[in-house]
Design a protein around this ligand. Structure first.
Ligand code: DGY
Length: 333
């Protein structure tokens, strides 16, 4: 019987599907690197991993001769040593597409919360500090006519653009890999530095990679408008969080809406005290429907790999040098 290892339990019916085809074991918490390596060394054909699991070269090496796939329950794959996986013939799959809308909703929620000071207003009410309406009380940014700069115009960036346009925002963007669909023809491409200078809100939708690590730092924050809002629902290390705390404290930018952090789960010192920051705990994909769809995709990718088929969401197809033997019958997709 083929073996599948999960680090955390997944929502049904994915575990049921996996259990019908393979022997499934679950660690039950996020393992350390040595713990995961030991578990993989016991004989695993597919590892279903979470975004916090350290899928390092040591872990991949521990799967030598047997591990054929790492099926991620996430779209981001910065926790996997892709070079090591590819050189060891281990394919890595992710869950693109199914979390686009949930993540775009979350980015839009942070944008609205910052622009209209909703969290600040909520605190005023809950602490009994509302003294009555006044013409200039708690004024915010009007979205109609404001400019949203999207960095990373892939699936999620485009979904945010569509939502923001419904609020009357003008869209500029940087970092589109493909031509945009016709319904986004009015969005304007700009070089990164011009986008930062032109935008009232900047929203990040890039994967974490060498060229995006700390792309928002003291220098790039200083290019933004003084009342601009930064929204990050991508990965924490895209932003130099220490520099961001300084920028928020010194009003170099107006505010930030963050769902991801450099060293999760702890925000950088000083961030929690910044009243102009709205902070959520990595909730981008956190809806029941989306998490279920992610689990289904994760399981389908794992089952395809067990059946000796290259899964649709394979990030490193070059790793599949020669087709491994089928261990199960193909899953009826
Ligand atoms: C992902 O899948 O990469 C997301 O961050 C999960 O919310």
């Amino acid at each position: 019987m083929p073996k599948v290892l999960l680090t955390l339990p997944l929502p049904q019916p994915a575990p049921q599907w996996l259990g019908d085809a393979a022997e499934v074991s679950v660690i039950g918490h996020i393992p350390s690197e040595p713990e995961l390596a030991t578990a993989v060394a016991e004989g695993v054909d597919v590892l279903c991993a979470q975004l916090r699991d350290p899928v390092t070269s040591r872990v991949l090496e521990a799967g030598k001769g047997r591990l054929r796939a790492v099926s991620l329950y996430a779209v981001g794959y910065n926790n996997v040593d892709m070079v090591a996986a590819t050189s060891r013939g281990v394919i890595v799959t992710n869950t693109p597409g199914v979390l686009t809308d949930a993540t775009a909703d979350c980015a839009m929620g942070l944008l609205l919360a910052c622009a209209r000071r909703i969290v600040e207003g909520n605190t005023v009410m809950h602490t009994g500090h509302f003294e009555g309406w006044e013409p200039d009380y708690m004024l915010g940014l009007e979205l109609k006519g404001a400019t949203l700069g999207i960095i990373g115009m892939g699936r999620i960036g485009q979904a945010v653009a569509r939502r923001a346009r419904a609020f009357g925002m003008n869209i500029v963007y940087a970092g589109a890999k493909k031509e945009l669909p016709p319904d986004l023809a009015d969005a304007r491409p700009l070089p990164l530095e011009e986008l930062l200078a032109a935008s009232d809100v900047v929203s990040l939708h890039v994967p974490l990679a060498e060229d995006t690590y700390h792309m928002i730092n003291a220098r790039t924050l200083a290019l933004m408008k003084r009342n601009a809002i930064l929204v990050n629902t991508s990965r924490g290390p895209v932003v130099d969080e220490e520099d961001l705390v300084t920028a928020l404290r010194e009003n170099i930018i107006g505010g930030a809406g963050l769902d991801v952090y450099e060293s999760e789960p702890r925000p950088a010192p000083g961030l929690i005290e910044c009243e102009n920051a709205v902070l959520t705990p990595h909730l981008g994909s956190a809806t029941t429907q989306t998490r279920r769809a992610m689990a289904e995709l994760c399981a389908r990718n794992a089952l395809a790999a067990l059946a000796g088929e290259l899964p649709k969401n394979t990030l490193n197809p070059r790793a599949w040098k020669k087709t491994p033997p089928p261990l199960i019958k193909p899953f009826p997709f």
